[in-house]
Design a protein around this ligand. Sequence first.
Ligand code: ATP
Length: 347
Amino acid sequence: MGVEIRVEGLTKSFGRQTIWQDVSLTLPAGEISVLLGPSGTGKSVFLKSLVGLLKPDRGHIWIGDKDLPYLPEHQLYETRKLFGVLFQDGALFGSMNLFDNIAFPLREHTKKSESEVKRIVMEKMELVGLIGAEHKLPGEISGGMKKRAGLARALVLDPAILLVDEPDSGLDPVRTAYLNQLIVDLNAQIDATFLIVTHDINTARTVPDNIGLLFRRELVMFGPREMLLSSEEPVVRQFLNARRQGPIGMSEEKDVSELEAEARMGLEVGKLPPIAPQLMPSDGRVRRAQQPPGAWCAAHGITPPPGSFVDDLGRNWAEEWPRYVAAMGPVASGHGQGGPQPAGGMH
Ligand SMILES: Nc1ncnc2c1ncn2[C@@H]1O[C@H](COP(=O)(O)OP(=O)(O)OP(=O)(O)O)[C@@H](O)[C@H]1O
C-alpha cells in the first residue's frame, strides 16, 4: 500500500549552483506521478533527495510524521526501506548474476532464509518476465532486460514508494511501451506510490495520474495529468508537445530576443493536441488511483481539445468508461493476476 510524500519548499544547490528552489508538491498515495524537465534541470537530483541520498539545503520531505532530511541516521535507514529505486542503468553489480543481484537487498536487509529469498526473487523475476535468465550476468543481457532486472530488485522489499529514473533511456519505442505497461500493471498490483523521471513524451502523456515540470530552477507546475495536458502555460505546452517554439532553448532557456523573433515570425505553438487515453492495467481492471477519462477537465470546466480520450481503435473513453467499469467489475485493490481481459483492450 502506498504512502503520501509531501515535499515543502525544497531547495538544493551544489556550491554556488542552485539546482532548484522552493519545490513543493504532494505525491498522492498509490498514484503514479511523472517528473519532466529539460536535461540538467535536476530531476535525478530530486529523486536522490527524496530517498535521502542527497541532502537538500532547506525544506521538508514528509512521509507520515517523519521529515526525511532531518532524521537521525538509524531512522533514515529504516525509512529508506519504504523505497524501491530503479536507477537509469539498473545499477546492477557486473560480477553477480541476475538472481544474486535481485536477491541482494533481501540478503543485506533481512534475515530471510535462502529458500524464502529464492521464493521472493523468483516471484519478482516472473513479474518482470525474466524467468530463465537467473544465471545471466548483466554484461550478457540487453538494455531492456537490465531495466527489468533493476525493477525486480527495486521490488524485492515490497516498497511502498517506487522511484524510477528514466525507465525509457536506451530503450527502443516498443520496449518502452512494454515497460510502461509493466509499470501500470505493477501499480495496479502493489498499489505503491510511484514517481517516474522521464524525457519520453509518450510515457508522460499516457502513464501517470500526475505530471510535474521542472524548468528554470523551479517546479513550473504539478498536478493531474489532464491539467498539464490542457494547460496553456507556454513552457508546459512546449515540453509536452515536444516543440522548438517556446521558452525552452538548446541550453535550457531562450533569451528575450529569440522569443521576440519567434513571435514576429508567427511561430507560436499551435492548437493543443488531443489528450491521449491513459494506459489501463493489462488484466482489464481499473487501478485504484485511476480517474475516469475527462473527469478532471469536467470538474474544472475545461473543454478538452477535439479528439481527446480517443484510442487508436476510435473508441472515446470519456463515453465508454461507465460501460467499461460496469463490465469489468470493481476497481482493483491490490488484486492478484488473472482478472478479466477487456475485449480488444485498451493496452
Ligand atoms: N553530486 C553532484 N555534485 C555536483 N553537481 C551535481 C551532482 N549531481 C548532479 N549535479 C549537477 O546537478 C545538475 C542537475 O543534474 P541532474 O542529473 O539531476 O539533471 P537531470 O534533469 O536529471 O538531467 P538529465 O535529464 O539530462 O538526466 C547538473 O548540472 C549536474 O551536473
